[in-house]
Design a protein around this ligand. Structure first.
Ligand code: PEP
Ligand code: MN
Length: 337
């Protein structure tokens, strides 16, 4: 249920409404827009059925939300969500490019990469310290040592850092080092993990599950948001289809659909979608044209030697070209890079 306040509603009237909603056993989520304040009632809808909303002073109207996601729905917040990570604004006019290696490796290449992507125009640094590998015999990441290296790379470049958390037991540890959590495609419906990051006050890059529908992705976001953390960034990273020419199929339509369905920022990860560095720039161009708020791109000084995902990883020169190429497209759709 969404309650729309009258433009002249007073703070006391708003407080009174929140009391009524809370006493009915629901949570009230206030969203203040430029013209109107709206209040979302979160919880079991049946509890709101008997409240005579129109009789409450200051209330103009109410709308039942039929969507199973509430906090993530556009109806609950018409304005786009803007998220700050240090000095970076996510979901604003500027398209935010997050770049870095798939894994943080036991050499100093994360520093070299951080410097290079920053010089090219990236605004945040990515790198995995806990790696969700398909084989238990593959490199699993450096764990806390990797987090420390990411934090050192932030020290040196000023780039906020994004890194994956795979296990509820590591959330506290990752929180201490990272500026933003990443939830990987394989954990997109790990509801315990979603709930856990929902208790923290740092942004979450939530990757779409490889076989998740858009609605299910939004329900995953809802899990995080229902715990209090409203800073969720949705990441389309390709889904599994019958096509084998690319590692996954970039669902570009999801970027369009999500803009209609949710106020949350929408990113695209062209690297995991393509699985092939030769398509990364083209998929980035399409994503920017379609209205994404940012890109998550894998970059390494020598992809041939990368410990994971080398085939889809860009060298520095190619990443510089990516930024150069997306600029005019961003401008054409009223954005900037
Ligand atoms: C990654 O970002 O390196 C990663 C493992 O991504 P995904 O979860 O989308 O496969
Ligand atoms: Mn990867």
């Amino acid at each position: 249920m969404i309650i729309i306040m009258r433009p002249d509603a007073t703070e006391e009237q708003l407080e009174h409404l929140v009391d009524v909603v809370t006493q009915a056993g629901l949570q009230a989520h206030i969203s203040r827009g430029a013209e109107r304040t709206i209040v979302g009632c979160i919880g079991n809808d049946a509890l709101a059925e008997n409240i005579p909303f129109r009789a409450i002073p200051g209330v103009e109207d109410f709308v039942r939300i039929l969507k199973p996601y509430k906090l993530a729905a556009r109806e609950s917040q018409p304005e786009k969500t803007r998220i700050m990570s240090r000095d970076v604004v996510i979901g604003g006019k500027e398209i935010v490019v997050v770049a870095g290696p798939c894994s943080v490796e036991p050499n100093s290449s994360i520093f070299e990469t951080a410097r290079a992507v920053k010089a090219a125009g990236a605004k945040m640094l990515r790198g995995g310290a806990f790696k969700p590998r398909t084989s238990p015999y593959d490199f699993q990441g450096l764990g806390e040592e990797g987090l420390r290296m990411m934090a050192d790379a932030r020290e040196e470049t000023g780039l906020p850092i994004v890194t994956e958390v795979m296990d509820t037991r590591d959330v506290e540890l990752v929180y201490r080092y990272a500026d933003a959590f990443q939830i990987g495609t394989r954990n997109a419906q790990n509801f315990q993990l979603l709930r856990e990051v929902g208790k923290y006050d740092k942004p979450v890059f939530l990757k779409r599950g490889m076989s998740q529908t858009i609605k299910e992705l939004l329900m995953s976001a809802e899990y995080i948001m229902s715990q209090g953390n409203r800073e969720v960034i949705l990441v389309e990273r390709g889904i599994r289809t019958f096509e084998t020419a690319t590692r996954n199929t970039l669902d570009i339509a999801a970027v369009a659909v999500l803009q209609r369905e949710t106020h949350l920022p929408i990113f695209v990860d062209p690297s995991h979608a393509a699985g092939d560095f030769r398509y990364v720039i083209q998929l980035s161009l399409a994503s920017v044209a379609c209205g994404c708020d940012g890109l998550l791109v894998e970059v390494h000084p020598n992809p041939e030697k990368a410990m994971s995902d080398g085939a889809q990883t860009l060298r520095f020169e190619k990443f510089e070209k990516l930024i150069r190429d997306i600029r005019p497209v961003a401008e054409a759709v009223g954005r900037a890079v």
